[in-house]
Ligand binder design. Structure first.
Ligand SMILES: OC[C@H]1O[C@H](O[C@H]2O[C@H](CO)[C@@H](O)[C@H](O)[C@H]2O)[C@H](O)[C@@H](O)[C@@H]1O
Ligand SMILES: [Ca+2]
Length: 573
């Protein structure tokens, strides 16, 4: 942004960076159009890196920007080592990586291993030459009745996971759209080809990969074809290769699974797989807890979450480029979520809700702040979704998940400052609805307004970055007398070698829409401790000799209170 005067700190060596980082998902296509083509591009993103540095994010996650017919937002890849020309060139991509690194920002890209576009030359060769070198690159069958226990994921569009190919005269397997044939991971040549894709992008300097749709790599008769042992064996091999050839680069699993299954994607200390996994089950429960006005859904899902290996980290999020998935909640919870958050059927897609954060919460500033406070203080490295920092709206009149992929709103000017193109030529229209119109909701206006959501989010990221306890610390629920109040402690021990000071923070969240009083019970070691607000430094009533704190909180209020033990030692004494 013009006028931002920022230093260029460069990357620091920090093998644990991903455990403390705040991630930011940004679609190249949606962020900034430097060429007037109507779609965003690498150069546009480079021009906005100062903004992202100012905001305080540590790592960008870029969904696919590879050659693609764009029938699934780029998750339908037709060439793994080429970029889509409308986004720019490979040298522009490498410039983006080095410009981001110069600002201390890392870059993680998407690795879509499970499937390709049907336009990929591998598929074209496979369908036309079954005996040729690519004949066995995909999962072919004479019948469409194999793997009958595998569910259909894109239920709005697909009726089967098999589609008949008139050229090869066989059926091919696809877990997603019928234009996205699954690669055959039983074929060692496919595995090697994927290793080469990894090497190609790692050689260009990226800091890691989000592994798209990773539970579905292998298929096996009589199973639901998810989370199979062969998939884990392959991932352990992939991690070994990355550790040997690109030490320090990170793998982040997108495994939309229940906690007991998703932890397997971390692997074991002996056979590690991914350093990070998105925690899908906790996300819908944050929204559920806000409407039920109870702490239990969040407490329960975290209690059901097994411990993860040392040195690994959860990825948490409120929204992303997909629908807000409800695959990980019970049918009863799903029905309630649809009622609360998607009353219009047009708001729904597959098993989920295709709305952005601000409209989901009816633009309630208090709820938007509270849900951010939760995701920024619960265990895990949070990933923000572009535009949510200014409370961007959505457009449910667009098809599928395009509802939440509209251009970033920079200014109140033409095309929201996203592009200079004729508005009719934009890849998607900018949001111009009554409440979320880019005239009102844009970066420029919020920068000029010190109490805007944008400034608030930035301040939260600053506080979080000063307290590594949020990334590295343990998590302990504190019993509260009021079931609408969620209380927990984050604690970290001193680690002078890593520059970490001992820190304990008590996080209190009033999940209800009314003021609440509650008595919170803290562990023995904190009896008589002092409580200090992390934001303003004000003292709060001290922890009683019985280890309790009596607190009153406003509607949807939250507090982050540093706990100083009474003994003058650390909270771990
Ligand atoms: O490449 C196909 C899809 O892969 C990801 O899908 C994930 O999102 C789905 C919902 O849209 C979800 O149901 C599934 O479990 C996930 O693997 C990717 O994020 C999608 O954009 C993409 O279409
Ligand atoms: Ca597969």
């Amino acid at each position: 942004m013009q006028g931002l005067n920022l230093s260029q700190p460069g990357l620091k060596h920090d093998p644990q960076w991903f455990r403390k980082a705040v991630f930011y998902e940004v679609l190249v296509r949606a962020f900034a159009d430097s060429k007037g083509s109507g779609a965003g591009d690498f150069t546009g993103l480079i021009q906005r890196l100062d903004y992202l540095q100012w905001l305080g994010v540590d790592c960008l996650w870029l969904p696919p920007f590879y050659a693609s017919p764009l029938r699934d937002g780029g998750y339908d890849i037709s060439d793994y080592t080429a970029v889509l020309p409308e986004f720019g060139t490979l040298p522009e991509f490498t410039e983006l990586v080095s410009q981001a690194h110069a600002r201390g920002i890392r870059i993680v890209t998407d690795l879509v291993m499970n499937h390709t576009s049907d336009q990929h030359p591998w598929f074209q060769a496979s369908r036309s030459d079954p005996k040729g070198p690519y004949g066995d690159f995909y999962v072919w069958s004479d019948t469409d009745d194999r793997y009958a226990d595998a569910r259909i994921i894109f239920v709005d569009t697909e009726v089967s996971n098999w589609t008949f190919d008139p050229i090869r005269r066989q059926f091919f397997w696809h877990r997603f759209f019928s234009h996205q044939p699954d690669l055959n991971f039983e074929n060692p040549a496919v595995q090697e080809a994927m290793f080469d894709v990894v090497r190609f992008w790692m050689d260009l300097g990226i800091d890691g990969f989000r592994l798209d749709a990773v539970p579905y790599l292998f298929e096996e008769e009589g199973t639901n074809c998810e989370n199979l042992p062969r998939t884990h064996e392959f991932l352990a091999r992939l991690r070994k290769m990355v550790d040997e050839e690109y030490p320090g680069r990170v793998l982040l699993a997108e495994a939309n699974q229940m906690p007991a299954e998703v932890v397997d994607y971390f692997g074991t200390p002996e056979e590690p797989e991914c350093q990070m996994c998105f925690h899908f089950p906790v996300m819908p429960r944050l929204y559920y807890a806000l409407r039920e006005e109870k702490a239990a859904p969040i407490i329960d899902v975290l209690a059901d979450t097994p411990p993860i290996p040392p040195g690994t980290q959860w990825g948490t999020f409120l929204r992303n480029h997909d629908e807000l998935t409800l695959e990980m909640v019970s049918p009863e919870e799903r029905a309630a979520m649809y009622g609360w958050y998607a009353p219009d059927p047009r708001m729904r897609a597959n098993v989920g809700i295709r709305r952005r954060l601000a409209p989901l919460l009816d633009n309630s500033r208090a709820e938007i702040e509270l849900i951010h406070a939760l995701v920024l203080s619960l265990p895990g490295s949070p990933c923000l979704y572009y535009g949510d920092e200014i409370g961007m709206g959505d457009n449910i009149w667009l098809t599928d998940r395009d509802a939440v992929r509209t251009p970033m709103q920079w200014t109140p000017d033409r095309n929201a400052g996203f592009s200079s193109v004729d508005p009719g030529k934009l890849y998607l229209p900018v949001i111009s609805s009554l409440v979320y119109h880019y005239n009102n909701v844009n970066v420029e206006a919020q920068m000029a307004h010190s109490s805007s959501l944008l400034h608030w989010v930035r301040a939260m990221l600053q506080i979080r970055s000063r307290h590594p306890v949020f990334g590295l610390g343990t998590f302990e629920v504190c019993p509260a007398s009021n079931d609408g109040v969620l209380a927990y402690l984050r604690s970290v021990e001193a680690d002078p070698a890593e520059g970490i000071e001992a820190d304990t923070v008590l996080c209190l969240n009033n999940l209800t829409s009314r003021p609440q009083a509650s008595t919170i019970r803290l562990p023995e070691r904190l009896k008589g401790g002092q409580l200090v607000d992390l934001f303003g430094g004000s003292g709060f009533p001290q922890v009683s000799d019985e280890g309790t704190v009596n607190i009153t909180m406003g509607s949807r209020d939250f507090f982050w209170l540093r706990v100083r033990p009474a003994t003058g030692g650390t909270a771990h004494d």
